[in-house]
Write a protein that binds this ligand. Structure first.
Ligand code: GLV
Ligand code: MG
Length: 314
């Protein structure tokens, strides 16, 4: 599992940002050809993105390019120019405004053709699908199952809010007039269920008030609490907060590793299906929960600070 706690958006039209992004401690970046790039700058942005992929140092990051959506006339050229130009130095293509499984299948087929024609490993390039309309959300299950290349489902709050007519212009924040609930709970859960039922990661989209770090932490914390794997960051100031919010706390990580060790010991050495770890009863379901936390901790680079001690045998 690649960590994607922080996913940095980088406009493809800005060579300075393409350079600067390489030095930021984010888990993942996407070089944008879509909404951060003006229509007249699309062709130049493709060239910038290819140059940045070829000559930049992106080590330690999952690198994606966001192409334009399928209602435009740019998408096929975006995919062909960028994937061929990247010469293997691209992990994923992000497809925005995915409305049904056919969109993902189109990209899957085109990627296979490009990979075959260029001697790249077949299926090597992953897909990240943005869910950002009512139709995309209604079809999210079939979208999540549309290709073995899919790695993530990504919530796009700005386009989504526009699509459903939500009454606010502050992207990622709660709409005024609805104080008793979380207006995004259903949407986030729906995306998370579809993602998890197909073993995909679920990523939350941008928080546009870049100076409001408390607001960012609040929004990120909600998504993390539900089980989301990460969130977009638009500004260097949001990076540390995202990495922190989506990493398990050291204490929880240690606890998860201890549960795994204890479970292993009791089920294999003592051949018992349920056991005690201190005062806590653990069983197969505890192991599954611990696996999730341990995997996130390992992906985040945490190291354990406690070892499992076998109980003294009488
Ligand atoms: C991101 O693409 C969004 O629409 O929020
Ligand atoms: Mg969008």
């Amino acid at each position: 599992m690649r960590a994607r706690r922080s996913v940095l958006a980088v406009p493809g039209s800005n060579p300075r940002f393409l350079e600067k992004a390489q030095g930021l401690p984010v888990d993942s970046v996407f070089l944008d050809l879509e909404d951060a790039v003006a229509p007249l700058a699309k062709a130049e942005a493709r060239r910038n993105v290819v140059a940045a992929l070829r000559s930049g140092d992106w080590s330690g990051k999952a690198v994606a390019v966001r192409v334009n959506d399928l209602t435009t006339h740019w998408t096929y050229r975006d995919v062909i120019e960028v994937v061929e130009g990247a010469e293997g130095r691209l992990d994923c293509v992000m497809l925005p405004k995915v409305e049904d499984a056919g969109h993902v299948r189109w990209l899957d087929t085109l990627l296979s053709q490009i990979e075959r024609a260029n001697g790249l490993p077949l299926g090597g390039i992953g897909i990240e699908a943005q869910i950002e309309s009512a139709r995309g959300l209604v079809n999210v299950d079939e979208i999540a199952g549309a290709s073995g290349r899919l790695e993530t489902l990504v919530f796009g709050p700005a386009d989504f809010m526009a699509s459903i007519g939500m009454r606010t212009l502050v992207v990622g924040e709660q709409p005024p007039g609805y104080p008793e609930g979380d207006a995004y709970h259903y949407v986030l859960m729906r995306i998370l269920m579809a993602a998890r039922s197909h073993d995909l990661q679920a990523i939350d989209g941008p928080y546009l008030q870049i100076r409001d770090l408390d607001g960012f932490r609040r929004a990120a914390g909600r998504a993390a609490a539900l089980g989301f794997d990460g969130k977009w960051v638009l500004h260097p100031g949001q990076v540390d907060a995202a990495n922190e919010v989506f990493s398990p706390a050291q204490e929880d990580y240690d606890h998860a590793e201890l549960i795994l060790d204890a479970y292993e010991y009791y089920t294999t050495v003592e051949r018992r299906g349920a056991a005690m770890l201190g005062d806590e009863m653990i069983d197969e379901a505890s192991r599954k929960m611990a696996l999730v936390v341990a995997a996130k901790g390992r992906a985040a680079g945490l190291t354990r600070s406690k070892v499992f001690e076998r109980p003294e045998t009488l």
